[in-house]
Design a protein around this ligand. Structure first.
Ligand SMILES: Cc1cc2nc3c(=O)[nH]c(=O)nc-3n(C[C@H](O)[C@H](O)[C@H](O)COP(=O)(O)OP(=O)(O)OC[C@H]3O[C@@H](n4cnc5c(N)ncnc54)[C@H](O)[C@@H]3O)c2cc1C
Length: 328
């Protein structure tokens, strides 16, 4: 039986983005390390096989946090407790502040970073288990096995993405600055992900997130909020987590953006949401929103909680937040 001990590894501490890129080229099977609150747990469980960690926490560029009239820049190494304590974020980016204050517990959030949260591994009842448990079940499609126990007839892993920050950033149209051997590029947060629990990040080998860029938001024209349901109310991953942004685009026309985590292998940015005009009946609009969420999320048996409960929870949280933000 394999014990749950941290395997041996070497660690390098680059001081710049360029050094981190070359460290990654020197150690192709190496893994980037930030706060370690996900990676180290998974290494102890034997879910990550690497002998090299590249610690990104000593790179000044990744520690930048700036909020002004040009928007918000959050370095990938900024911690979640720094984000939730930032006055400007709390005032103008409600969903981002709230999501960062709801991740894990206070002791995790002083170390956990926004970059690590966005690149969090996907989770599943058949994967986040001890080595002996997984071995006894012939492993699974995500790691060392041939079969997805959640959807045995399917060809892909259904593990769920459960990071709280991605939906909050998505409803604020955030972009990511990514660095790697081929240089730097910018992508929308939604484009970081793909619907495959065993390979959910669209990053090339050696690439990592440098910063998150969020367009300017002013609480008089955009308000946003984040809420989640979990098995417990504290220190728990979302079974469903919802971010909603409400924009007063014109005096009589309003729009909503809705994004969801915890239900799919990638966070979902809701499609097909019409604008709400003064002539519309708000309750009918919210009922439509509820239906859209139920249709576009696809929770599976990746947790002990019933998939249908998670679908209904996602929809009712979206409806509640939209109603509260627009105060209709
Ligand atoms: C008890 C417990 C409860 C938790 N509850 C929650 C929760 O409620 N919600 C939630 O979202 N998370 C939760 N987590 C998971 C974790 O604490 C957070 O997601 C945290 O934000 C991860 O950040 P980190 O800096 O510690 O990442 P790390 O563990 O250092 O890294 C996580 C992954 O991201 C990669 N990575 C790190 N930085 C970068 C970068 N800049 N670019 C590219 N890849 C990078 C690493 O290689 C690794 O694969 C919980 C963890 C525990 C142990």
């Amino acid at each position: 039986m394999m014990s749950e001990c941290l395997p041996d590894f070497s660690i390098t501490r680059p001081k710049s983005v360029e050094q981190a890129i070359s460290e990654a080229q020197n150690a192709p099977s190496g893994r980037f390390l930030a706060g370690g609150t996900d990676l180290i747990v998974n290494m102890r469980r034997g879910l990550v096989e690497t002998g090299n960690l590249i610690d990104l926490t000593g790179i000044p560029e990744l520690r930048k946090l700036k909020a002004d009239q040009t928007g918000l820049t959050i370095g990938a190494g900024v911690t979640l407790s720094e984000i939730s304590a930032n006055e400007s974020i709390c005032r103008n980016y409600g969903a981002i502040a709230q999501a960062s204050s709801l991740v894990a517990g206070p002791g995790h959030r002083v170390a956990a970073t926004i970059g690590g949260n966005l690149c969090l591994d996907t989770r599943c009842l058949y994967y986040n288990q001890s080595h002996w448990w997984r071995q006894a079940n012939d492993y699974c499609l995500k790691f060392k096995g041939d079969l997805c126990h959640v959807a045995p007839a399917g060809k892909r892993c259904r593990a769920a993405f459960s990071g709280d920050m991605a939906p909050a950033l998505m409803v604020h149209d955030a972009k990511l600055e990514i660095a790697g051997p081929e240089g730097r590029r910018q992508i929308a947060v939604v484009d970081l992900y793909r619907e495959d629990g065993a390979d959910h990040l669209q990053l090339e080998p050696g690439e990592f997130i440098v910063a998150v860029e969020v367009p300017p938001a002013d609480a008089t024209t955009v308000t946003s909020a984040y809420a989640k349901v979990g098995v417990r109310n504290a220190i728990d991953f979302p079974l469903a987590g919802i971010a909603v942004a409400y924009r007063k685009a014109a005096p009589t026309v309003h729009s909503f953006a809705v994004a969801i985590t915890g239900t799919n292998s990638a966070p979902v940015l809701l499609n097909g949401l019409e604008k709400l005009s003064e002539e519309d009946e708000p309750e009918a609009y919210f009922a439509e929103l509820d239906k859209l969420v139920q249709k576009q999320v696809s929770p599976q048996r990746t947790s002990t909680t019933a998939a249908h409960y998670r679908r209904l929870s996602a929809a009712s949280l979206a409806r509640r937040l939209a109603r509260e933000l627009s105060a209709l």
